[in-house]
Write a protein that binds this ligand. Structure first.
Ligand code: PLP
Length: 423
């Protein structure tokens, strides 16, 4: 029965029962962390062969111990090109982190300008669109540069494109948008074909508007035989003559090693030429030995898809366990709703307005750490105080079971308290 329909005396009774259950959790002395989307221990074992590979010379004869090839190892660019859906000649390999490539792109646009335009630092109040809920580390970058962030609502097909089109075409101070187009962090939403087409057809008022297309989860299926297809943004942009709009980011952080993989950016000829020029000032070349180890490992594994099947074996039961508990504990109560992603790293959970902070604090008080409420919004301000990001990848199934039961309990308790105080 919906909690909203319960009479006051029932709610009081329920609060007593739930509080007693909560005290039992306190006695258990838990110490669990579900706050970040880190790969689990078993997943880190998948790429172990990378550590024992001592090859130095690439199939094309490049000695990876030496300077040279500032764009990165051609063989790995070719492999990445297929998943990034950008020609290999338009893929630039970075170091270990796609986030640092994103940071560089914002920083260089801020300091030097992009595409021959004025530096953002000289453009007055610069703005970015931020589909919400979204990824806290994206928002941290734009916040660091004092760029004003504007929330754009997400639905099951991606950001609200009517709003995106209206704002981008009318306001020249809007210079970018953060996007995680496949298995979005945290909602798990994949942008629909129409959304991607509308992105490619944008006519920004700012000549230096850039789409930050962070395709971090492009091959991260939970059900690989039923893979979700994301439309090809770069191809659509080429058709529209808007190929200078997107920066397409990718990394192997959740394919091989988190923070120990290889990152890449894909973009148009002129964007890549500009990024290469800037990169060449700060480094002679990237770490080709790591790139070669990655190339060898991916080849020996029979391709990225085969590696991702192993990750899915680890992740799928965890997602299913969390969803099973949410369904059995909360369905029909009206206390929360949640997403059911078929890939990526997160489940997005919505409490009643005004309850998320309370739920996260109650979980923390008895030893379960969740991503702080508000983190999925710019400036850590969730206007409804309702979104919580669930990250099921790292804990064991037993830990996840306990942590998710506690999350449900704290959600019920916060809901009952909110209803009692509003009556
Ligand atoms: N982008 C998204 C959407 C993420 O969720 C993450 C990590 O959780 C990253 C980027 C970080 O990627 P990298 O390790 O390549 O910096």
């Amino acid at each position: 029965m919906l909690y909203q329909d319960l009479p006051r005396e029932k709610l009081v009774e329920l609060r007593k029962e739930l509080s007693a259950e909560y005290e039992e959790f306190r006695k258990a002395g838990l110490k669990l962390d579900m706050s970040r989307g880190k790969p689990g221990l078993e997943q880190l074992g998948i790429a172990h062969d990378i550590l024992t590979d001592d090859s130095c010379v690439s199939p094309g004869g490049i000695d990876c111990r030496n300077y040279g090839n500032p764009d990165g190892l051609p063989e790995l660019r070719e492999l990445f090109s297929a998943v990034m859906r950008v020609p290999a000649s338009n893929v630039l390999l970075g170091e270990n982190s796609s986030l640092s490539l994103m940071y560089n792109c914002v920083m260089w646009a801020y300091i030097f300008g992009v595409g021959g335009c004025k530096p953002w630092s000289q453009c007055g109040n610069v703005k970015f669109l931020c589909p919400v809920p979204g990824y806290d580390r994206h928002f941290a970058i734009t916040e660091e540069f004092g760029i004003e962030m504007i929330n754009v609502a997400m639905d099951g097909s991606g950001p609200d494109m009517d709003t995106v089109e209206k704002l981008v075409s009318s306001d020249p101070s809007i210079k970018g948008i953060w996007c995680v187009p496949k298995y979005s962090n945290p909602s798990g939403v994949t942008y629909s074909d129409e959304t991607v087409r509308r992105f490619a057809a944008l006519r920004p008022a700012a000549k230096d508007f850039r789409i930050f297309w962070d395709n971090a989860y492009c091959v991260h299926e939970l059900y690989p035989d039923d893979a979700v297809q994301l439309a090809d943004l770069y191809g659509e942009c080429v058709k529209n003559g808007t190929q200078d709009m997107p920066y397409i980011f990718f990394s192997t952080s959740k394919i091989t090693y988190a923070g120990g993989g290889v990152a890449a950016v894909g973009a148009s000829d002129s964007n890549i030429a500009e990024l290469k020029r800037r990169t060449s000032i700060r480094t002679i070349c990237t770490d080709k030995l790591n790139q070669l180890r990655h190339y060898d490992f991916i080849k020996a594994s029979g391709g990225i898809e085969n590696i991702m099947r192993k990750h899915a074996e680890h992740l799928r039961p965890r997602f299913e366990k969390v969803l099973e508990i949410l369904d059995s504990e909360l369905s029909g109560t009206g206390a929360a709703c949640w997403t059911r992603p078929s890939g990526g790293y997160f489940i997005s959970f919505e409490t009643l307005p005004g309850c998320a902070k309370k739920v996260v604090a109650s979980c923390k008080e008895v030893g379960v750490k969740l991503t702080p409420a508000g983190a999925t919004y710019p400036y850590r301000r969730d206007p409804h105080d309702s979104n919580i990001r669930i990250a099921p990848s790292c804990p064991s199934i037993e830990e996840l079971t306990v942590a998710t039961r506690l999350l449900c309990l704290c959600t019920k308790l916060a809901t009952v308290e909110a209803l009692l105080s509003s009556n």
